[in-house]
Design a binder for this molecule. Structure first.
Ligand SMILES: [Zn+2]
Length: 348
């Protein structure tokens, strides 16, 4: 067996008004010197500016606003890190911002703090970044954040659709793990039982709380955030996104590549998971019920896409990361099979 390397966050703070404890966290993690805050145009106003004011009490602080999660942005910010003599980074914003900060952190060998303003996907604490290269999106090994600061007060105020999407991403772990187990059984792929169990547990917690998440209480926000962090940790334990990304993610990535106006990542993965669970012969109705109660899309209409697009994405999904074996097999689905699958599960 190959030696294993797991990179995990060292300090995680989740709760109300935790943003005010940023300097405490920095001291604890021995983050000193000049900080670069990476934020987004909207999220800077929501949390970035406040973070800047707080951090300026103890650090020299530079700020950069990033508009897109692309490799060009990573290059631009790397230059700022070198030109300004930055010692560490703080990514404050949504998934794009955190993924950019994550890769800059790896490529400049600087530590970074992950400070999410929404709970829409599980990149918060993972060591992988999903970024744009030209028209396609790529998943790149990056660096796990040294610290995670999740202020549930800020996250709770984000549009509900974002947290619902995060739940879709977590629920989709059921099929991701099933795909992994399948690849283990028939392709001999190495599997980490710990990573698989942790990933399944996060999905189960969200399923069990399907009726309370919509109420947007601090407690349920905290549950979703913790599940997203644990899911990222599961991927770090596995050393790949395997525990969190299977055929349902391939479906979502295929949609991204087929339309210029995709829905949210977790929304697409949720719908993908309904269909892939049907193929696995598992309880796909339960997944659909949970997504519905949480208030995230369960069909093409609610995703705002055409039936043809669903069928096309199903047919193309196996071509995404073809080396990652899933229930879609090496050949994928024919048109008739894809139509059947989408109809049988009420997606079209
Ligand atoms: Zn995902």
């Amino acid at each position: 067996m190959r030696p294993k390397y797991m990179q995990l966050p060292r300090g995680v703070m989740v709760g109300r008004k935790t943003i005010s404890k940023v300097n405490e966290l920095c001291r604890d993690l021995q983050l000193e010197g000049r900080a670069l805050i990476v934020s987004g145009p909207t999220t800077y106003g929501i949390a970035g500016e406040k973070l800047q004011n707080l951090m300026e009490e103890e650090h020299d602080v530079e700020v950069v606003i990033t508009r897109e999660g692309s490799l060009e942005e990573v290059e631009r910010i790397k230059k700022i890190v070198h030109d300004k003599g930055v010692d560490f980074l703080a990514g404050v914003g949504g998934g794009r911002v955190i993924d950019v900060a994550k890769l800059v952190s790896k490529e400049t060998a600087r530590e970074f703090l992950s400070i999410p303003t929404a709970a829409s996907h599980d990149g918060i604490a993972s060591s992988r970044a999903s970024l744009k290269r030209g028209d396609s999106s790529v998943s790149i090994p990056a660096r796990a954040p040294l610290g995670v600061l999740a202020d549930t007060e800020i996250i709770r105020k984000a549009p509900y659709r974002l947290i619902a999407s995060g739940c879709g991403d977590i629920i989709s772990k059921f099929t991701a793990v099933k795909d992994w187990q399948l690849a283990h059984r028939i392709k001999g792929e190495e599997i980490s039982e710990y990573a698989a169990a942790l990933s399944l547990m996060t999905a189960k917690i969200i399923m069990d709380n399907r009726n309370v998440i919509k109420k947007k209480r601090e407690e349920s926000t905290r549950k979703v955030v913790k599940a997203l962090i644990s899911s990222g940790v599961a991927m770090s334990i596995a050393g790949s996104s395997r525990p969190g990304s299977g055929s349902e993610h391939k479906f979502s990535h295929a949609l991204d590549s087929l339309t210029s106006t995709p829905s949210l990542h977790g929304e697409q993965c949720g719908v993908g998971s309904i269909m892939m669970m049907y193929l696995h012969g598992g309880d796909w109705r339960d997944i659909r019920d949970a997504l519905k109660r949480i208030g995230t899309p369960i069909n093409a209409e609610e995703l705002g896409i055409s039936e043809d697009l669903v069928v096309e994405a199903l047919r193309k999904a196996h071509l995404i990361r073809p080396q990652r074996y899933t229930i879609l097999g090496d050949r994928g689905l024919s048109r008739d099979e894809a139509v059947n699958l989408a109809r049988s599960t009420g997606v079209i």
